[in-house]
Design a binder for this molecule. Structure first.
Ligand SMILES: NC(=O)C1=CN([C@@H]2O[C@H](COP(=O)(O)OP(=O)(O)OC[C@H]3O[C@@H](n4cnc5c(N)ncnc54)[C@H](O)[C@@H]3O)[C@@H](O)[C@H]2O)C=CC1
Ligand SMILES: O=C([O-])CC(=O)C(=O)O
Length: 267
């Protein structure tokens, strides 16, 4: 039995728990959310994981075997780094946080000092195995575009620059490096950071973000070229009903990763 702690209990966290509630190899012991969200999290968990302790910090007395983060960028410094330092292995989806200066080095250092490992999950994108393998022989270019329905860009810097409700055709709302995309769009450009860390890095990976009033999908497309040859991938993800910014595949990638840790066979 694998005892897990979860950081965050929003659209991703609840969907993950719903899918895992009958898995006898996994037990959710703890959920961490900010102080203002404790009651809401307890209510949300009542039907699916009533046994879980809900707190604003991890209870190290009930040491989890594995911690999974699905909370947002701030959670890395607040919860993930301290857990790694104490030797708890961690799975992350808020990969864009690593665009912050020095944070990737702090994360790696914490894992080394704790004698443990941190795994960056593929989240809403696929092909990370191929991209990271291709990098071994050298990559020349990686170009990514992320296209989401207009409503997914509400509350982002694009909301200030564009009349999102008035758009009638696909509109480029950002063009630049993955580093800039990740820090300006923390809830919408984690995929850009994931591709960068698997591939050419945050500064050399080119990113285009698009608000598309004609689409109901989160469409991720990238093209990689290098010594290995080239490949191209398009992923048309369905957004979660509870959060239109987030694709369902993100949830499934966490469920897969947890299963791989808990079960006898991993794939
Ligand atoms: N790698 C990928 O492909 C993707 C990554 N993400 C990441 O996952 C995060 C969560 O996504 P959703 O569940 O859709 O968001 P959400 O807004 O529905 O839920 C966020 C949850 O985290 C909690 N939370 C917020 N700040 C926290 C903190 N500092 N410490 C602990 N808990 C905190 C909130 O109380 C809430 O329960 C996003 O912010 C994004 O960083 C999201 C989509 C794709
Ligand atoms: O869920 C998605 O489609 C991708 C996403 O939000 C991100 O890259 O942060």
């Amino acid at each position: 039995m694998l005892h897990i702690a979860m950081i965050g209990c929003g659209a991703i966290g609840l969907s993950v728990l719903e899918l895992l509630k009958d898995d006898r190899d996994l037990a959710l012991d703890q959920v961490v959310v900010p102080a203002g969200h404790l009651d809401q999290a307890r209510q949300r968990l009542a039907g699916i994981a009533a046994q879980a302790r809900v707190g604003e910090a991890l209870d190290y007395a009930r040491r989890p075997d594995l911690l999974v983060e699905c909370a947002g960028h701030a959670a890395l410094a607040e919860h993930v780094i301290p857990a790694l330092e104490r030797g708890i292995p961690c799975l992350l989806v808020s990969i864009g946080a690593l665009s912050e200066d020095g944070l990737a080095a702090r994360l790696e250092d914490a894992a080394r000092r704790g004698g443990t490992r941190v795994e960056l999950l593929s989240g809403a994108i696929g092909g990370i195995d191929a991209l990271a393998a291709a990098r071994v022989a050298g990559l020349d270019s990686v170009v990514y575009s992320g296209r989401k329905p207009s409503r997914a860009w509400k509350g982002t810097p694009a909301d200030e620059r564009f009349d999102l409700d008035g758009l009638t055709e696909p509109t480029v709302i950002f063009e630049g490096s993955a580093r800039e995309a990740s820090s300006r769009y923390p809830k919408n450009a984690n995929v850009a950071a994931t591709l960068s860390l698997a591939g050419l890095g945050l500064d050399a990976t080119r990113v285009r973000l698009i608000a598309d009033p004609t689409s109901e999908e989160n469409v991720h497309h990238y093209q990689a070229r290098g010594a290995f040859g080239e490949f191209e991938m398009t992923l048309r993800g369905k957004p979660l009903a509870a959060n239109p910014k987030t694709s369902m595949l993100t949830v499934l990638s966490i469920v897969r990763a947890l299963g791989n840790h808990a079960h006898a066979v991993s794939i």
